[in-house]
Each structure stands twice: as C-alpha cells, then as structure tokens.
Design a protein around this ligand. Structure first.
Ligand SMILES: Cc1ncc(C[n+]2csc(CCOP(=O)(O)OP(=O)(O)O)c2C)c(N)n1
Ligand SMILES: [Mg+2]
Length: 947
C-alpha cells in the first residue's frame, strides 16, 4: 500500500481510536462484497491474512475478533504514541512501529513452528517467513532503532528492534512452542503471552529444583534400566526417550496439591505405565516384579496384563494430601479418557465440587492414538458440557513421533501436529522438547495454572522419542532406519541434564552417581521409591465397597415401598412452581398421572419409571441419568424435565421431593454414545450408592459404544475386580420402523454374558421396570444391568400396572400365564420376552384358546432356571414348548439362551423339545417395508400357535 494511502487510512479510521467498530463493519461489508468498500481499504483487507499471518485460510475465514483486535491495538498504540510523535516520531517511524507490532503478533501465532522441539533434531520444518524482520517493511538498519513494545511483556515500554526480536525468538522459538492464539477469549490469550514473554519461556530455577528434576529423571531412567536388565525382552512398553514424563507428572501433582486439589485421576495407555505406577503412584516395586514373574491376583478369574493394571495411593504435597488413582484400562487406546472423566465427575459430585477445584483429571495419550481415535474428539467435546464437565483436563501427549511402526506424518494424520484435534475446543497446546526438562517443568506449571484458573482443557505435547521398538521384543530399525540411527547416538535425557548441571556447578559427578546408586538400591530392596507416599491415607478419601462384595444375583432384597409415602411422592412429582405453564400435551400427561395416583387410571410406563426414581431418592440414593433427549424421553414418555411455555424455565420435579434429598441429576447428553457411555461407566464404578443410568436413543445406536460394553461393562470385574452397577436402557422392539430403529441387538449382550458378569432384562410392565430399577440399587449387588426397554409398549393398553403392584410387588424374572387357564388343558406353552408377548396374548384371547399358555422370561441373564421350572411344572399335559421371538433367528435370544430353555424342556416330566417361532435369519436386523414387517410378524405368531 502506498504510504500516502496508509496515512489516509490511519487518519480516517483506526488511528483515531475507538473506531474498531467502524473498521469491523467495513470489513464485514468487504467479506460480503469486496467491491463495496473503497479501493484503499479493499487492498488493505486483501493483504490481511498474509500480512497478519492470522490464518492460512481464505480471507473470509479471518476471525473478526482478530481483525478487530488488530485495529484496536493499532489505535491504542497510536493514542499512546501521540505525545511522543508530537516531538520526535516521524510517520516513517510510525509505519515501522506498526510493522513491529505485526512481527510480535506473528511470533505469538507461529513462533512454535520455528521452535526446536524435536530432541532428535530430525524435523525438517521451514520457519515461517513472517518471523524474519525482512518480511516486514523493516531492514537490518532498523535493528537499533527503538520501538514501543506494545503489548509485549518484556518489562520495557520501548526497546530496540534487535532486543524485541531477540525476546520473541527466545520466548517462542526455543524448546517450548506455544499455541494459544486460536483461543477466542482475549483474556486467556493475554494470560499466555504474559506468562511466556515475561520470563522468555525459561524461568530461573533454584539449585534444589534442578537437583529434584534430575532425581526424577534418574528414577524414570533407573526403573527402565533395572527392568531391562532383570527381565530382558519382556514387554513393558518402556518410557525410554520420554523420561521427562515423570518430572512432568510429579510437578502436576505437587503444584495442583498446592492449589488445594485433593484427588487426581490419571488415564493412560501402555507407554510408560509401569514407570508411572512405581515412580509416581508409589506401587511397591516388589509387586511389579511379582507380576513380571507371572503371579496371579487372587479372586480374579481373568485378570489382566501388568501394563493395564490400575492403582491408587496417597501422596503428600505442599498443599494437602492428594489421592492418586490410575484407571484400569484395556488395550483399546483412548477409550479410558472418558472413563477417567466420569470417575472425576463422580468424585467432584461427592465433594460438592461444582467447579473442579478439588479433583483433577489427567489424560496421557500417545501421539498416534490422540490424532486418530474418534473418542478423543468426543471426550474433548464433552469437556464443557453441563453433564460431563470436570473443570478442565490436563492432557499429556507422549509424542514419541511414532505409533508402532508408523511415523510418517502424512500417514498418521492430516494435520501438522498430532495435537491439532484439541484446537476444536480451543484448548491451548504447549509443545515442549522432552530433552529440556526445565522447559517441560515450565510448560507443566503453566498447564496447571491455566487449568486451575480457567477450568478448561490444556494439552502438553511432550515431544520425545522411543528408544526401543514398540515393545521390548520389537526391532524398530527395519521400519524407521534413520530415526533409529539417530536414536542410537542420542544421549539420554538424564545424561544430558546431568551434564548441564555439572557444567553449571549445580551438582558434582559424585552426587549424580549417588542418585543412580540410591535408586537402584531402593529397587533391589523392594522399597517404595516415592518419598511423599502417605502410608496411612486419611479416611475422608475412602469409599467403602465392602457392602457390595460377595453377593449373588439372588441375594435377598425387598423393593416394596409404603403405599402412602408413594402417593405423597407422587403428589410432589405433579407439582410445578407458581406461574409455570405446561405445554398442552405435557399438561395432559400430568393430569393423567394425577388420575393414576388416585387409582382412576392404571399406571403407565413413564410414570412407573419416575416413581422408581422418586422412591430411590426417598431411600437416600442419588440418581444420575443421561442420554440423548432423556429428559423428555425419545418417545415422550418420561417428562422428568419440564419446560415452562411462559419463559422457558426448566423444572425437574424429582429435584424437589423433600428438603435435603439426595441429588437427582439428569442431563440430555450431547450426541455421543462412546464417550458418554465410557463416562457413565467411570461414574458408576466410583459411586456404588447411586442409580447411574444411561439410555440410548434407540438401542440400535449403542453399538457406537461397543468398546465400552466389551472392554469395561462386561469384563471389568473379572479383569480388574472393579464393580459396576451401571444401568443401560436400550429401546428395542420390532414395529416396522426399519433396520435401524428396531433392534438393540440383544444377541450381542447375551453373547457377552458369562460368570454372572452382568444382567440382561426385558421388562414388559410398568411394575416390572419399577422393581427392576429399584432392585438394581437396593440389592447389595453391583453388576451392570442391560435393560431392553419398549417403544410402542409405552402406550400399550395392556402394558399397565396398579399402584399396589408398585407398592407390594417385586421384580419377577419369569411371569407365568396371567389368564385363568385350566393347567390340565394346556398342551402348548410359548416362551417369549418383550413386546411380542402382547401380540401373542391378543391372538390367544381373540382365538379363545385354552390350550396355549404364554410365559414371559423377563430376565434373560443370569437365566432364571429355577423360576422357569416352577412356572412350567403345573402344566402336566404339555406337548409343545415354543420359543417365540420377533428378532431374526441369528439374532435375539435364540442362539445364546436356547440351551438354558432346552435344559428346562428336558427337565419337564414330559421331556419336551424346544421349537423356534420367529423370523428367519437375516443380515439386517429388520426389514424396511411396513407391509413385509406385518407379514413376517403375523407368520411368526402363527408359527408359535401351530408348529
Ligand atoms: C483402538 C486401538 N487400535 C489399535 C491398537 C494397536 N496398537 C497398540 S499400540 C499402537 C500404536 C500406538 O501409538 P501411539 O499412540 O503413538 O503410542 P506409543 O506406543 O507410541 O506410545 C497401536 C496401533 C490399540 N491398542 N488400540
Ligand atoms: Mg507414539
């Protein structure tokens, strides 16, 4: 732009100050129609993206906040400059001043691209050209000219260009590369600039701190060396090359303890896990050695490999005693992250820590997994939502630049950094060279401070390397030849830092050798190596799981509830605050519920469910329920959350039952299955006393969370000894809605069932769902419950119950014939589960058949063999025993449960055969044509009556 034009622009707009709005509006017009703004503005705006370097995207994507800020900044500087310019500053100088400010901005945005982040020195990155002064209207001749430093936090209002440039290079381009300019909130951006620039990203450390850093690195390296010598070639997924993780974690714990954090939950994968267990959580090395030697944990039928084991301990910090928990995790990378969040939220809820001051989540990731796994995105997305937020997670990526054998960036991801995915929630990212432990320490301090102040997620990208193969039996040079040639020459992080400390005179060679010896001795003696370990943790941090141990599913329990109190609670459920205006249909639901309470209408499903929650709350059990649209209910049956038509006010009657009641938490979840279910698993495994419930929109969608079912819900207890009372509601039923709105895939869950690991139920009446939910909490058993719940049945005239059935009944695992058929006349007995029962019943009643009895199996696993035998016994004239299901033959309960039913059939005095009436095998769960559905349904009913 011509100097005169520039001058004119300044005079006309941004140098006059306070005109940012005007400029922004101008810019808005330019975006819509570039021709609508004067030529000089157009040409200036055209240059904006490239010049300011804010984005690489087209001009339309330049954030307005950025544009606005730029002008505000310029205007401010001009205002400040006024007194000076009156005397000495020429317009030429002023023009350069602006360029200097742009230079500063460029470093903040892209300085990390020129930072020395790779300990191996192999990265081939071209420094962005706008970090050089020549990119601007500046030359080397300007180096000694003094400029105002603007918002640069270097403690000087004015400095030479040389000094400014130097400060920027030191701050942003050494071993710490910070990405924070993508954050929209300017307070946070300024916070980062201030923290980094004021110490040029390298605060001075005391000799004690330096010695401590070295001691932690010695421990990290020492453990790997020890295990490598003692158990050569045994898989341990060593941390070698990434040892800085240990001082990093140590600093998070100590610093957050200083803030008053009382509990920290860590989720991590295989890499470095043993090191973290011993050197951070203080697991006794002897126990680890036992595991290397193949010792089994008592009481677990499956158990798990050593690098999946969780652990917990308490350590002392400057602030308080901190409870540390490392979550058990499966091999499936990243899935532990939402589980950790759930566990943290549960602990926060227990402590009434609404903002996250007391409990901190740490998620440790691999570079390849962080970039690739979808659950990372889901977990990031949940981080600020009402139902799932935990006040910010500190993410650490152990970025060893390789995932198994894949290291090409253009194979592993589509972005420059493995951490770019975190920018979707505007999380700041601190890339740090793992071979500079002091920079790692500084990055960690910033991360903790940021998390504690802003309560948002932050990422530390610990750029390191992997000294050995993916595991200790794997040879990496075949696939990463150049990388491993360099690694062979690379001195360890500890060695490099020890040398530095000797050079600085902080420690002597002898002192350094002594540290190594001390550590090795401790391991030899099987001693704990975490000095701050608390031997007798305070009681306050303790959750008692004992009441839930050692019970069978048949454990005695009583789910009855006093009728009068039930009616009182029911009354509360129908009250809304003064002036609260219910929508017409909702008002009708409430009116009907009032009639149900009075006995004028039978109880329907939605009401029974609400009453189950109310009674559990009354008995002191908190209730947490989440799922997509769970407040209203996908099928409009629940209405546990009401919305006033007058002002949009939200009211949950279950939160207003009585003073001092336990928490009733209900959240419509964001549209995720995998992370949400992982979260609820984490929550439930931390909260034994509550009903924790997740509902899938349709049962079909739950397979988006298949990993959680397979790796945690069905097997967690037998692998890790973790109990979990989570309840999962899966709407299921063949109503002609097509392949994806029919089946919750019952077969999947039944196939996972063994060793009484979980329960699979298909209740068919309101009283049944009521008692099933109450039983889940009241019985001292903590096993996951998979409940297949109805859709059309929610309004089925026959699927109703009485208030007395709620007050007096119990959950029936098997429901026998309900009509008074003479047992002697019954020659055919149809077994079934779920909605098809009502179709069979209607048909039988319509045909007036007295020879056919229909029995419902309401709990498919653990299979209620005794209850079924008892129901079958009176039918002495039985000739046919049929299993009838709506699901295709390869699905539903047929294959997984028939052996249980066959056993009952052959145990019957008439030695019966079990026959099948249902759809034929099918690739898709259901057909997409309503007429075909109806034909199939009719046929399977007919089969049940005639086969
Ligand atoms: C969901 C999932 N897919 C694949 C694997 C197999 N696997 C185990 S480790 C690994 C590479 C992980 O690389 P990275 O995340 O960088 O961690 P690193 O081992 O380098 O620390 C893979 C693909 C797995 N464990 N989990
Ligand atoms: Mg890796």
């Amino acid at each position: 732009m011509q100097e005169t034009t520039m001058q004119r622009l300044w005079d006309s707009a941004y140098l006059s100050g306070g005109n940012a709005d005007y400029v922004e509006a101008l810019y808005e017009r330019y975006l819509h129609d570039p021709n609508s703004v004067p030529e000089e503005w157009r040409s200036h705006f055209q240059k904006l993206p490239a010049q300011t370097g804010e984005v690489q995207a087209p001009a339309n994507d330049v954030a307005h906040s950025t544009i606005r800020e730029q002008f505000v900044l310029l205007a401010k500087n001009q205002r400040r400059a006024k007194p000076v310019s009156a005397t000495s500053v020429s317009s030429e100088h002023e023009k350069k001043q602006v360029e200097v400010l742009r230079l500063i901005q460029a470093f903040r945005i892209r300085g990390h691209q020129a930072a020395q982040l790779d300990p191996l020195g192999l990265w081939q990155r071209l420094a962005p050209d706008d970090l050089a002064i020549e990119h601007y209207a500046l030359t080397r001749a300007d180096l000694d000219t003094r400029f105002r430093t603007g918002g640069l936090y270097i403690g000087e209002k004015e400095a030479s260009l040389r000094d400014i440039h130097q400060a920027l290079k030191e701050t942003y381009c050494r071993t710490l590369g910070a990405e924070f300019m993508h954050i929209v909130d300017s307070t946070q951006r300024h916070w980062f600039a201030q923290r980094l620039e004021s110490v040029r990203s390298a605060p001075k450390l005391s000799a004690t701190t330096q010695a401590h850093l070295l001691e932690r690195l010695t421990a990290a390296e020492g453990l790997e060396k020890y295990l490598g010598t003692k158990y050569p070639g045994t898989k341990r997924f060593g941390l070698e090359g990434g040892e800085s993780l240990i001082p990093l974690l140590d600093e998070i714990i100590q610093r957050s303890g200083g803030y008053g954090v009382r509990e920290i939950v860590i989720g991590m994968a295989h890499r470095g896990r043993l090191n973290v267990l011993v050197n951070i959580l203080g697991k006794n090395p002897r126990e680890l050695f036992d595991e290397f030697e193949g010792k089994q944990t008592e009481g677990l039928t499956s158990g798990d490999v050593k690098y999946h084991q969780g652990f917990s301990s308490n350590v002392m910090t400057s602030g308080s005693e901190v409870h540390l928990a490392l979550a058990f995790n499966p091999s499936h990378l990243e899935i532990v992250s939402p589980v950790v969040e759930g566990s943290v939220r549960a602990r926060q809820d227990r402590r009434n820590d609404a903002v996250g001051d007391k409990v901190l989540p740490i998620a440790i990731h691999g570079d390849a997994a962080f970039a690739g796994q979808g659950v990372v995105m889901e977990t990031l997305q949940m981080s600020q939502t009402r139902g799932y937020k935990t006040g910010g997670t500190i993410h650490i990526v152990i970025n060893n630049q390789v995932g198994f054998t894949t290291s090409r960036a253009d194979d592993a991801r589509s972005t420059e950094y493995a951490t770019d995915v975190a920018k979707m929630i505007q999380a700041p990212i601190l890339h740090v060279n793992g071979d500079d432990p002091e920079a790692v320490l500084f990055a960690t301090q910033i991360a903790v401070d940021y998390r504690m102040q802003f309560k948002r997620d932050i990422v530390i990208d610990l750029v390191c390397y992997r000294r050995r193969g993916h595991n200790e039996a794997d040879e990496p040079s075949g696939t990463q030849p150049l990388m491993y040639q360099q690694i062979a020459k690379q001195r360890s992080t500890r060695e490099l830092y020890a040398d530095l400390l000797v050079k600085r005179g902080t420690l002597t060679e002898d002192e350094i050798t002594a540290k190594i010896e001390d550590y090795r001795c401790a391991l030899d003696n099987g001693q704990h190596v975490v000095k701050s370990l608390v031997k007798q943790p305070s009681e306050e941090l303790f959750v008692d799981w004992k009441p839930y141990l050692g019970h069978a599913w048949t454990a005695r329990h009583d789910t009855r509830f006093n009728l009068k109190t039930l009616q009182e609670l029911a009354g509360k459920l129908l009250q809304v605050p003064e002036g609260f205006v219910l929508q017409r249909q909702v008002a009708k639901v409430m009116e009907d519920r009032a009639k149900m309470t009075a006995g004028a209408l039978p109880i329907n499903w939605g009401y029974a469910e609400n009453l189950a929650y109310a009674t559990l709350l009354h008995e002191g059990h908190p209730v947490r329920m989440t799922g997509q649209d769970i407040g209203r209910g996908t099928f409009s049956h629940r209405h546990a959350q009401l919305h006033s038509q007058k002002d949009g006010q939200i009211y949950l009657p279950l939160q207003h039952l009585f003073d001092g009641q336990p928490a009733f938490s209900l959240y419509d979840s964001f549209l995720s299955e995998e992370a949400v279910l992982g979260f609820e698993y984490g929550y439930a495994t931390t909260t034994p006393g509550a009903l924790v419930l997740w509902e899938a929109q349709f049962g079909d969608f739950a397979n988006g969370a298949q990993v959680v079912f397979d790796q945690f819900i069905s097997s967690g207890e037998h692998k890790w000894g973790r109990l979990c009372g989570l309840t999962v509601l899966l709407p299921h039923g063949f109503e002609g809605q097509g392949p994806e709105h029919s089946s919750a895939r019952l077969e999947r869950y039944l196939q996972l069932c063994a060793e009484h690991n979980m329960q699979v139920c298909m209740p068919t009446t309101p009283a049944q769902v009521y008692h099933m939910l109450r039983r889940q909490v009241i019985r001292p058993l903590r096993k996951p419950l998979i409940a297949l719940t109805p859709k059309s049945l929610l309004r089925h005239p026959l699927a109703v119950s009485t208030l007395e059935e709620l007050a007096e009944g119990a959950f029936q695992t098997v429901i026998g014939e309900i009509d008074p058929l003479p047992a002697k006349k019954v020659e055919r007995l149809i077994l079934c589960s779920g909605k098809v029962y009502y179709d069979l019943l209607s048909k039988r009643r319509a045909e007036n058949r007295e020879d056919i009895a229909i029995v419902r199996i309401e709990q498919l696993y653990p299979f209620p063999a005794d209850d079924l035998a008892e129901v079958l016994a009176p039918y002495t004239q039985l000739k046919h025993l049929i299993w009838c299901q709506e699901e295709p033959m390869n699905q539903g309960a047929w294959y997984c449960s028939q052996h249980h039913m066959r056993r009952a059939a052959s145990a019957h005095k008439n030695k019966l055969n079990l026959e099948y009436a249902g759809r034929e095998g099918s690739a898709a769960p259901a057909c997409g044509y309503a007429s075909m559905h109806a034909q199939q349904q009719e046929k399977l009913l007919q089969d049940a009556f005639t086969l």
